[in-house]
Design a protein around this ligand. Structure first.
Ligand code: ZN
Ligand code: ZN
Ligand code: FE
Length: 748
């Protein structure tokens, strides 16, 4: 064939294609097929020009599409023939910045190849704490702007040594264009500091010394990928209790890090699916059941049978486990309610009274990102927190969005979401926006995402709640504003994840959100599509005694439920443990407040109902953490028992007064397992009742209450057995972390 038979094509690949070894992969393919041309990263994606014989181009393109690099995800692939440019070689050309619509890759756990090198005494990166390659390591957490090149990451201040530079330049090397590449000679320095903030030890022996300190009961702040962790020996009750006391975190479970799966198996039960997630490149925290004979400190997760477990995911963590046999508490370094900390100096300023030492290296974290949390249910999973490994999460639509939209999410477990072109992007977990620090983090996240994507919104979508900080922020922006009801946003979030556009029957069981009638909602049944919804049903409203206080004190909700059914005199004769939490005159005061509706707003919240039932079961009266009532009720649930509370539904209003009377009888006899079992079974029955009236609608289950594994599992099993199509969020948070996505879907 003569040269004149050659042709030239231009290919644009979009998706997660930067910082994942895509260009070297293309380079090697092109060389293999004797093709000339170029490959480059642009803000739009990877652009490939191939020149050569048509057959070779076809083969090259087929391989490109069929077997792209492990960490990449191709969302779109366009190929056009172009005028021949007579390239004489194939080259990777420098990035140039145009429009910025490519996806940012999330951070990933260290790969096997890097770990092997790190443990090889003959390798120049033996024991190197920041080893990485094109297939692993930091991405999102170090990116300042797109396109993803070393100059736009926090590695820009480190000049590569000749050896690293050679690897970086060599297309056949697995570190070719690995932006965070470094070694002992040219990379960030590892330091261990003590209380005075003085460096007490430098470089190679840091992890050995850190392990020794942990072994002796010290609490360390150790830098991870997206922020610092507070770490201590998870089998040392004194150390764990000290951490809790110093951090003022009495009960909320602490995540635990293990060296590997076999290490973890000594402490918790794990099935194949859970193992799959734990060992994945995303390496999330997975909720597991503890072993009965576990030697984990009891105060890791007091009163409950589950733990949040993850495996070591940075080279530094792996080094640590070379020197210590105990699992380690690894909880985000932050003050309660504040964002995770990313600079050692901040850690000492904000947590100096909590930690004894810090382990730091001078590669800056640009974007903080918490560990992701998931739970496996049947053979599926739900996301409880979207963070490292998964976020930012891009959902690609099959249509084009004419506007640029930003959704600001809710007040708790806040995330933000962006839509443009054919993409919907969900940010990592930002947090509860009750503090100045977390509100600053929220604004910083909006700014960062706007910078990444050169994004100026045409529309902002927010919650209807007038006092959410996000709503208030949105109202000051001077941009077209759309408000979406909170629970409708929950339903929409699920629809967004599955691309549902048809009408659905949505059960939105949640904490509280602002309802259209000005009361607090949270136990809602909607018929909804992408533009409107109808409230088909809801829990009959009850009062939250003391307003917000009732969220922290389930006993107040339980009492309010009694007021719905009994007189004050009758209540005084009841022998229920939670009533002993109130002094006689307190009962009178609460009754007056309830009667007059003083600081006792009406709500139909399923989350609060769970809390109340937990209080009736004498397991939680006050100072609970979010979701504690539900978690502990699950443990009282007996799967084989066939029992259910009675209820009535009239005009969509779910009346539970009969249930309250039955609970009082059972509660006085201490039959708490029966209460928990009948309660959860009843909720499933209520959902079935509604679904019977709308047999043709797909069912959506959304809202924080469905984090309850037992409830979700029972609902899905029952409904699917009846032939219903059931949707619940898996890749996006089923709780308020998904609100931004739902808002965005409405805006699109
Ligand atoms: Zn690697
Ligand atoms: Zn180097
Ligand atoms: Fe919610």
């Amino acid at each position: 064939m003569s040269v004149s038979n050659q042709k030239s094509v231009i290919i644009i690949v979009k998706g997660v294609v930067q910082g994942v070894g895509f260009r070297p992969f293309v380079y090697n393919l092109a060389i293999k097929h004797h093709l000339n041309g170029t490959v480059s990263n642009t803000g739009e994606g990877v652009i490939i020009e191939l020149e050569g014989f048509p057959d070779a181009i076809t083969q090259c393109v087929t391989q490109l599409q069929k077997h792209p690099p492990t960490l990449s995800r191709i969302d779109s692939f366009t190929l056009e023939e172009q005028e021949r440019k007579h390239f004489s070689t194939f080259e990777i050309v420098e990035s140039f910045s145009t429009s910025k619509t490519t996806s940012i890759s999330p951070d990933t756990a260290v790969c096997e190849g890097c770990l092997e090198e790190m443990r090889d005494p003959h390798n120049r990166r033996y024991g190197y704490y920041l080893i990485n390659c094109t297939h692993c390591g930091p991405r999102y957490s170090i990116i300042k702007t797109l396109p993803y090149d070393r100059a736009s990451t926090s590695m820009d201040v480190f000049t590569m040594c000749p050896q690293c530079q050679a690897e970086y330049n060599d297309p056949t090397n697995r570190r070719f264009h690995a932006q965070p590449i470094s070694c002992y000679a040219c990379g960030p320095v590892l330091t261990l500091s003590d209380h005075e903030g003085k460096r007490i030890i430098h470089a190679n022996s840091v992890m050995e010394k850190a392990a020794e300190l942990l072994q002796n009961g010290s609490i360390l702040a150790i830098k991870g990928l997206g922020g610092f962790h507070l770490m201590c020996d998870a089998t040392n009750e004194t150390a764990v209790a000290t951490l809790r006391l110093r951090k003022k975190r009495p009960k909320k479970p602490l995540a635990v890090m293990f060296a590997n799966v076999s290490h973890l198996k000594r402490y918790a039960h794990i099935n194949e699916e859970e193992s799959h997630f734990l060992t994945s490149k995303e390496s999330p925290i997975v909720l597991l059941n503890k072993s009965s004979n576990t030697t984990l400190a009891p105060s890791i997760s007091p009163d409950i049978n589950t733990i949040g477990a993850m495996l070591a995911y940075t080279p530094l963590h792996h080094l640590l486990f070379d020197y210590i046999t105990s699992p380690l508490v690894a909880t985000s370094a932050n003050r309660s309610g504040e964002p995770i900390l990313r600079h050692a100096q901040e850690v000492w300023e904000r947590l100096g009274d909590v930690i004894d030492y810090s382990v730091d290296f001078n590669r800056d974290i640009v974007n903080t990102v918490d560990d992701s949390i998931i739970q496996v249910i049947q053979n599926r999973h739900i996301t409880l927190r979207l963070g490292r490994g998964y976020a930012p999460l891009t959902l690609v639509r099959n249509d084009y969005i004419p506007l640029k939209i930003v959704a600001v999410g809710g007040q708790q477990k806040n995330t933000i979401a962006l839509a443009f072109e054919d993409k919907m992007i969900l940010s990592p977990h930002i947090g509860d926006l009750h503090t100045i620090e977390s509100m600053e983090y929220f604004v910083r996240s909006i700014e960062s995402f706007s910078r990444f994507y050169d994004f100026k919104p045409d529309v902002i979508v927010c919650d209807k709640h007038p006092s959410y900080a996000t709503t208030q922020w949105a109202k000051t922006q001077g941009i077209r504003l759309i408000e979406v009801q909170h629970h409708y946003a929950h339903a929409l979030a699920c629809m967004a994840e599955f691309g549902l556009k048809e009408e659905v029957l949505a059960f939105c069981f949640d904490g509280t959100g602002y309802g259209d009638d000005g009361t607090l909602w949270g136990g809602e049944v909607f018929r909804a599509n992408t533009t409107r919804y109808e409230r088909l049903g809801h829990i009959k409203p009850f009062r939250l005694l003391g307003g917000e206080k009732a969220v922290k004190e389930p006993k107040r909700v339980a009492l309010a439920l009694l007021f719905e059914v009994y007189t004050l005199d009758e209540i005084r004769t009841l022998n229920l443990p939670f009533l002993t939490c109130f002094k006689p005159d307190e009962l009178t005061l609460h009754y007056m407040a309830w009667k007059k509706g003083l600081n006792a707003p009406l709500c139909s919240s399923m989350g609060r109902l769970f809390d109340a039932v937990a209080s009736f079961c004498d397991i939680l009266h006050q100072d609970g953490y979010e979701g504690e009532g539900g978690r502990r009720l699950e443990e009282l649930y007996v799967p084989d028992w066939d029992m259910c509370f009675e209820y009535t539904i009239e005009n969509g209003v779910i009346d539970l007064s009969t249930m309250i009377k039955e609970i009082v009888i059972l509660g006085q006899l201490g039959k708490y397992n029966r209460i928990a079992t009948s309660f959860i079974t009843m909720l499933v029955a209520i959902i079935e009742d509604f679904s019977n009236n709308y047999p043709h609608l797909p069912i959506v289950l959304s809202g924080g209450v469905f984090q309850n594994k037992t409830l979700l599992d029972r609902c899905v099993t029952r409904l699917e057995a009846k032939g219903c199509s059931v949707y619940f969020q898996q890749r996006t948070p089923i709780n308020d972390g998904g609100i931004a996505l739902g808002q965005l879907y409405y805006g699109c």
